[in-house]
Design a binder for this molecule. Sequence first.
Ligand code: IPD
Ligand code: CA
Ligand code: CA
Length: 270
Amino acid sequence: MHHPLNLENLTNEVTRLTQNLTSYLNKEITEMKQDIIEVKGLHNFVTYVDKNAEHQIMQALELLLPEAGFIAEETENTRKGQRYNWIIDPLDGTTNYIHGIPLYSISIALLDKNEIVLGVVHEAVRDECFFAWKGSAAFMNGQPISVSKSEKLNDSLMATGFPYYDYSKLDPYLEIFRHMMKYSHGIRRLGSAAADLAYVACGRFEGFYEYGLSSWDVAAGAFIVKAAGGKVSDFNGGSDFIFGREILASNALIHEEILSIMKKYFTPKY
Ligand code: IPD
Ligand code: CA
Ligand code: CA
């Protein structure tokens, strides 16, 4: 007989792991040298820190749940689990990291078939660990968190990311950006999508949107936003936001308002 996973325990184990890793990331950033940075693609960089961190995470997760496979940013052709797969970004915010900007995070989610069942986003510099598991509330460093109560975009602070290689949607993206600039408290670009989502979950941002992201950028953060009472969708209001390369996350209350702006500028995919 297969025992159901104890997701609360597993989440706690994962937060212990990210805790150790934040020390590694924060130590290495002070020793970072420009010449060890590799170019992975257009404006896309990777360092030995990303790779080492991912290796450490995968080894530790393997011990926690041997049957699980991996979807991990820096490792190609990873083993896929029949039922469980970890979705991992060992260092979200590499561009910040290599420029010495103190905002980057670790993102780990567990996929059970097609459903995320736990998520951990650990912002390393402020040492803020955001987490949730299936059926739980959302937490930051052990304290319950929830999304903000603002009801209008006009009373909201937004976050986004700037696409750095796929410029196909740049025109509508910039129209939306212009709208946000004029009709909100402002718009931030932190440089870590996982942190952006965690900040929506704890009410610092009312909303976050970006396109061109991968599953490891958003899987954990999106799960935590929902556990904190928020809403997450693609740009059409649909549910294809983990592998679909577009995401809108909000406090739920302003979701429709943002979607209507998106629909105005983006030609629907369907
Ligand atoms: C990046 C960050 C950034 C987002 C980029 C991502 P990386 O992840 O999440 O905020 O704008 O699109 O690729 O490469 O630093 O792991
Ligand atoms: Ca990332
Ligand atoms: Ca990364």
